[in-house]
Design a protein around this ligand. Sequence first.
Ligand code: SAM
Length: 326
Amino acid sequence: MKTLYIVATPIGNLADISFRAVETLKSVDFIVAEDTRHTGILLKKHDIEAQLISFHAQSADTKSREIFARMDDNSAIAYVSDAGTPGISDPGYRLVREAIQQGIKVVPIPGPSALTTFLSAAGLPTDSFIFYGFLPHKKGRQTILQECRKSDRTSVFYESVHRFPKLLKELSEILDNSRIIVVGRELTKMHEEFFRGNLVEAIAHFTKENTKGEFVVAISPRDFSFQKTSEFPLEKGGEGDLLKSREKIDQIDAELLKLLAERMKISRKIAQIKQKAGLPKYIPEREVELIANLQNLNDSKLRDSDIEKIWLTILEISRGEVEKDW
Ligand code: SAM
């Protein structure tokens, strides 16, 4: 009987492949791959010699028919996507559908997927969750995000590196500032990172330097929260200082923080901050300090101590705790 094996492959770390996957890839007549160069690296690493045929997102349905036409009655072939489990937000499902329509037996060889890898360590409820894959770029995007806002389930997305900053901004406009999000970046790779926190913290955390790579993003169910204790740092690299400053963040008007992270001219930023904090237009001494700190922020090279200083300055000014020498 003709057989199509759907083989899961690593999402970063090339050692994350099962014995069964390697055996299957070694034994099939040929391997259909989303990107033959990419798969070539994996095959070389595991000493697998096989003929590779490409089938990617742009391949027409006729291509899958051509592929199956090469099989004889006892042929076995395998399909591997770029990374992870074929069929999960990639062109794999089209090949599987065509195989089923042609009476070809489909056998899954399970393994990694960015979705399950992420959820297994995210710390969010998984008894029931909703996976949206990649969000539509325009039509339907806002409807889905509103749905997530109201949801009592964990909502999960895949996001590309180019669109991640935009997604973060959109979430901060739609969701309450206290809503927890979890971001898994570069999973199983050298710079793997999990961010867990509210949106104010997320905006302060993700700068130009750490918005590279591949991302999975989740929005917690509506009433979910993490207990913050020193034994449970919410973020990688969350040393004592960062935790201390997090406590301070919690006291501060989140609107001001959002504003700080926005890209706009410094003079406009200051004017808006003053307006939000209800400050008079003329604040000579403190303004100099604010400008200096905001300039740092624009350089995206902010250290936690800088962020803390900005927050404290604004907090002090807005609460009238500084000397009113103006
Ligand atoms: N079929 C794949 C799977 O099972 O994970 C997903 C394919 S989809 C085209 C690619 C997306 O998966 C990326 O844009 C990213 O959102 C996510 N992804 C893949 N590898 C990842 C990784 N190592 N870390 C975080 N996200 C990853």
